[in-house]
Design a protein around this ligand. Structure first.
Ligand code: NAD
Length: 349
């Protein structure tokens, strides 16, 4: 089975590709534009496999996407390519509309053309990878999001993902494209671009730099290890019911402050020296439109498809801290050339 994975040089896409090549017999075509958020190092461990192929393609380029379908004749698409950082969506929302909405539209159209032309295997399906952020914000005590929660996005990022989700459902209902969707909570783990909370805090804590926490740090997220997400995606892609969506979560709600304090403890234990790193925590101006809480009810994917997370947040975070401390050669070039750890998302550009 040959699968197109879009965004396979990003954080989650690369974890999925490493999983598919090492744990399944699937053949993978990584379709990635290679934006700032990508690193080829994240797929280096599987790049030599005869079951791995790479196409540097922008998903907004219809002719190139059509060529990739015609050339590789995939049995499915797992669509992860996106602009993914909320703060950047505040500074430059147009890129989010372009890739997340227009890019998804182009992929849907080309997938449909490929199916309608009769060239696709009978089991062909299009799996759209989305986020819990489309559901908007919860109160601190409210029940977690289920698949039937109404959409209520707050940021340009979540609005663009919500729009894409609607297009995917419409292409299923109107044109009969075989689709499944998944909405996942915050991921963490190796190879995450250092603009995101956990890697940024590990790197800054190790360097004893100030640790900027938005607002009072009370915003709550559910955290899932990226390898658990990769397993969930494969399960949903392989066995999910067409037209359905599945929530994926880690049963690990933590406030941002709790996460940063735990990172500080772990870095202290490993690197020692000097006063506790939690003293470096600095409260900074909050993110505009900052959702208070996301929480996922992942009962459906467990009950219907038998998926539950294997990693606890405690063990996964320890492993992640160790990975960043041991893999400076992966993230230092990013800090030197692409992103120096500066504040984003105040809407200034
Ligand atoms: P990422 O930013 O790390 O990677 C995105 C990848 O997409 C990069 O390799 C980039 O080069 C590629 N890309 C961007 N624009 C493209 C285009 N126009 N054409 C082709 N490739 C393009 O993102 P991520 O964190 O790995 O997220 C992957 C997907 O999962 C996204 O759709 C995101 O919305 C979703 N998601 C992420 C999280 C999370 O916590 N990171 C949680 C839930 C859902």
């Amino acid at each position: 089975m040959k699968i197109l994975v879009t965004g396979g040089s990003g954080f989650i896409g690369s974890a999925l590709i490493r999983y598919l090549v090492s744990e399944t017999t699937a053949e993978v075509v990584n379709v990635d534009k290679l934006t700032y958020a990508s690193t080829q190092g994240s797929v280096a461990s599987v790049a030599a496999s005869p079951r791995y192929h790479f196409e540097q393609v922008d998903i907004c380029d219809a002719a190139e996407v059509a060529r990739v379908f015609a050339q590789h004749k995939p049995a499915g698409v797992i669509h992860l390519a996106a602009e993914s950082h909320v703060d950047r969506s505040i500074d430059a929302p147009g890129e989010f509309v372009q890739t997340n909405v227009v890019g998804t539209f182009v992929l849907l159209q080309q997938a449909l053309g490929y199916v309608q032309a009769g060239g696709a295997p009978a089991e062909f399906r299009f799996h759209h990878v989305s986020t819990d952020e489309v559901f908007g914000s919860l109160g601190l005590d409210g029940p977690a999001f289920t698949e039937t929660n109404p959409y209520d996005p707050s940021s340009p990022y979540s609005a663009s993902k919500a729009a894409a989700d609607h297009f995917v459902r419409a292409w299923h209902r109107t044109f009969g494209l075989p689709v499944v969707l998944s909405n996942c909570s915050n991921n963490y783990g190796p190879y995450q671009f250092p603009e995101k909370l956990i890697p940024l805090m590990i790197i800054k804590a190790a360097a004893r730099e100030p640790l900027p926490v938005y607002g009072r740090g009370e915003n709550v997220r559910d955290w899932l290890h990226v390898n658990d997400h990769a397993r969930a995606l494969w399960r949903i892609f392989s066995r999910g019911v067409l037209g359905e969506s599945y929530n994926i979560g880690g049963n690990s709600e933590r406030s941002n402050l709790q996460v940063v304090e735990r990172v500080c403890q772990l870095v202290d234990e490993r690197l020692g020296g000097g006063p506790p790193r939690r003293d470096l925590i600095t409260y900074v101006k909050d993110r505009p439109g900052h959702d208070l809480r996301y929480a996922i009810d992942a009962t459906k994917v467990d009950r219907e498809l038998g998926w539950t997370p294997q990693e606890t947040f405690d063990s996964g975070l320890e492993q992640t801290v160790d990975w960043y401390l041991e893999n400076r050669e992966w993230w230092q070039p990013i800090l030197d050339a692409k992103y120096a750890g500066n504040r984003l998302g105040l809407g200034k550009s």
